[in-house]
Design a protein around this ligand. Structure first.
Ligand SMILES: Nc1ncnc2c1ncn2[C@@H]1O[C@H](COP(=O)(O)OP(=O)(O)OP(=O)(O)O)[C@@H](O)[C@H]1O
Length: 354
């Protein structure tokens, strides 16, 4: 396995720019998860790394090997890149075993020990080797696709929304099995997903993509706790954005007043996570009225009406996260308290200040 270094990669489709200067370092043996809205360029980046699409500029190196760059073009089959697509793309007419060893040299294809090892590695019973893919569940098919990609001992593994076609329960168990294989085998992997919990639970590093570039790259905790702008914050986890006004070292917003440093006077956005808003005993916090709740079992999000926000003269509504058994009925008047420090950004995007 090798580290991946991507430098200033640009790419387009039919003359339309899609990737606008991508830099990324994926350390050897680690998993980077790319998260971003539909159409922002995630698959295009994987295709450039795999060699299915030529970039307009920039370079990609796998270990010491530059596979594409100025004057360099390595064919996809010579890059040592494994690719697992959304649907697995198994050959429907071949058995599971034949799918896994497809593309290996003749000796390796005959080596049933190696086939058994690969199937066990991804948590599949060796007895499934003679079945056809349509005789397996969706989750089993994705594991076969992973075994096939790992069979060639790739330098790097690319996974493009590999769990998106699976139902919730199968998705979680397949994701855990794949994460376990990646860790145990020390695989260098880049995984694309739309699923925030997938990103937070599988990644050593999360890269948030918007409009063909990364707006933030960092550890899951960094990206969740210290997003660099309100858009990235909204993309990874639930976010509450309040308008506020900075004035001589303080920011006034709908839930109170906070002290800040280095924030120019004027309008700001105040960013919180719903778990930073606590419902406390009546009369001991800022009053609010429960509008509605969305129940998730272990927890719930409660929409709360704060009335007219004096900062902008508009109705302010925030969402707080509470335990599943603590959901207040709609219409109840509750008291709110802020936990921890909110982040402050210049109004309408930009880097965090204060
Ligand atoms: N073969 C193609 N020809 C023309 N345009 C394309 C082609 N493939 C992708 N695009 C366009 O390039 C942009 C980026 O597409 P890409 O598939 O990389 O996005 P994505 O972030 O992976 O999206 P999704 O999350 O929906 O899979 C989109 O606007 C898409 O319409």
């Amino acid at each position: 396995m090798s580290e991946v270094r991507i430098a200033d990669v640009t790419a387009s489709h039919n003359g339309q720019p899609v990737l606008r200067g991508i830099d990324l370092h994926v350390p050897e043996g680690s998993t980077t998860v790319i998260l971003g809205p539909s159409g922002c360029g995630k698959t295009t980046l994987l295709r450039v790394i795999a060699g299915f699409q030529a970039p307009d500029g920039g370079s990609v190196a796998l270990g010491d090997d530059v596979v594409v760059g100025p004057g360099v073009w390595r064919a996809p089959e010579r890059r040592g890149v494994g690719y697992v697509a959304q649907e697995g793309n198994l050959f429907p007419h071949l058995s599971v075993g034949a799918n896994v060893v497809y593309g290996l040299d003749r000796a390796a294809r005959r080596d049933t020990g190696r086939l058994g090892e690969l199937l066990r590695l991804v948590g599949l019973d060796v007895g499934l080797a003679d079945r056809r893919p349509d005789q397996l569940s969706g989750g089993q098919q994705q594991r076969v696709a992973l075994a096939r990609a790992l069979a060639r001992r790739p330098k790097v593994l690319l996974l493009d929304e590999p769990f998106s076609s699976l139902d919730a329960a199968l998705r979680t168990s397949t994701r855990e099995a794949v994460a376990d294989v990646l860790r145990r085998e020390g695989v260098t992997a880049i995984l694309v997903t739309h699923d925030q919990s997938e990103a937070l639970s599988m990644a050593d590093q999360v890269a948030i993509m918007h409009d063909g570039h990364f707006s933030q790259v960092g550890s899951p905790a960094e990206v969740y706790d210290r997003p660099t702008d309100t858009r990235s914050a909204g993309f990874l986890g639930d976010a509450v954005t309040l308008t506020g006004r900075a004035d001589a070292g303080t920011v006034r917003h709908a839930l109170g007043v906070i002290s800040v440093e280095h924030v120019p006077d004027g309008p700001v956005d105040v960013l919180l996570r719903p778990e930073q808003i606590a419902l406390v005993a009546q009369g001991s916090g800022r009053p609010a009225t429960v509008l509605s709740s969305t129940y998730f079992g272990h927890d719930a999000l409660v929409a709360l009406d704060l009335g007219i926000d004096p900062c902008d003269g508009e109705a302010a509504v925030v969402r707080a996260r509470v335990r599943g058994q603590d959901v207040p009925p709609d219409g109840t008047v509750v008291s709110l308290q802020l936990l921890g420090e909110p982040l402050v950004f210049p109004h309408a995007g930009g880097a965090a200040v204060g």
